[in-house]
Design a protein around this ligand. Structure first.
Ligand SMILES: *Cc1c(COP(=O)(O)O)cnc(C)c1O
Length: 220
């Protein structure tokens, strides 16, 4: 099947309230344009330099999502255009995003990444650290960022029960915080689910899935 066919098939299975991020990391612009021509406007990348190059070369009605781990010193390169940063996991990073957003006269939407997997390598906050950030004065004074939800990645395993447990955990943290409302914080997005586990993620309450290989094919 072609990229366009893969995309349209997946889209036809998604509930209306679930947003599809087409994860195009490592793929050439011609592949992204095939998805674009089939109607896709939200693309996810995990390297800032690669995202900048694609943003420069491609139509300007695309929303670019940063889904990878972000180094503080590279925020400035994406601050002029990024529409959602998924992997924010420290107050220090938020401060830098806020600073760079201000320089660009923008408000940048962010998701806080929650650690839900049983793997050492995955980034993220636990619920206590999340609460600390949200309660801090430093955060409450930030005017150029907006926390719009949470993001998480399940353990890389075949064990569906474990994945389900992890997604349910993220959804419960989301539910515990969704009534918080302030100028720069209003949670409405749960970003969870990739090619291998997105139907389960949706069943567990995901509102945003990040799908790469099922659309564009495998990566080397
Ligand atoms: C690569 C990546 C995805 C997409 O993975 P696929 O298995 O190709 O769908 C989703 N989320 C993050 C954070 C990624 O790095």
């Amino acid at each position: 099947m072609s990229i366009a066919q893969n995309l349209l098939k997946i889209k036809s299975t998604l509930p209306e309230n679930v947003t599809l991020v087409a994860v195009s990391k490592t793929k050439p612009i011609t592949d992204l344009m095939e998805a674009y021509d089939a109607g896709q406007r939200i693309f996810g990348e995990n390297k800032i330099q690669e995202m900048v190059e694609k943003w420069e070369a491609m139509p300007k009605d695309i929303e670019w999502h940063m889904i990878g781990h972000v180094q503080t010193n590279k925020v400035k390169f994406m601050a002029p255009f990024v529409s959602l940063i998924h992997g924010v996991d420290s107050l220090k990073l938020l401060e830098e995003i806020n600073k760079q957003a201000k320089k660009n006269n923008r408000i940048i939407d962010c998701l806080l990444q929650i650690y839900i997997a049983e793997e050492e390598s995955k980034f993220g906050l636990d619920e206590e650290e999340l609460d600390e950030i949200l309660a801090s004065e430093t955060f409450q004074e930030m005017k150029n960022i907006r926390i719009v939800g949470l993001m998480g990645m399940a353990t890389f395993t075949e064990n569906q029960n474990q994945i389900k447990k992890e997604f349910t955990h993220l959804k419960s943290i989301f539910d515990n915080h969704k009534n918080l409302k302030s100028e720069n914080c209003q949670l409405n997005t749960v970003s969870m689910g990739m090619s291998g586990d997105y139907p389960l993620a949706i069943a567990c309450g995901s509102t945003m899935v990040r799908i790469g290989s099922s659309i564009f094919g495998g990566r080397i």
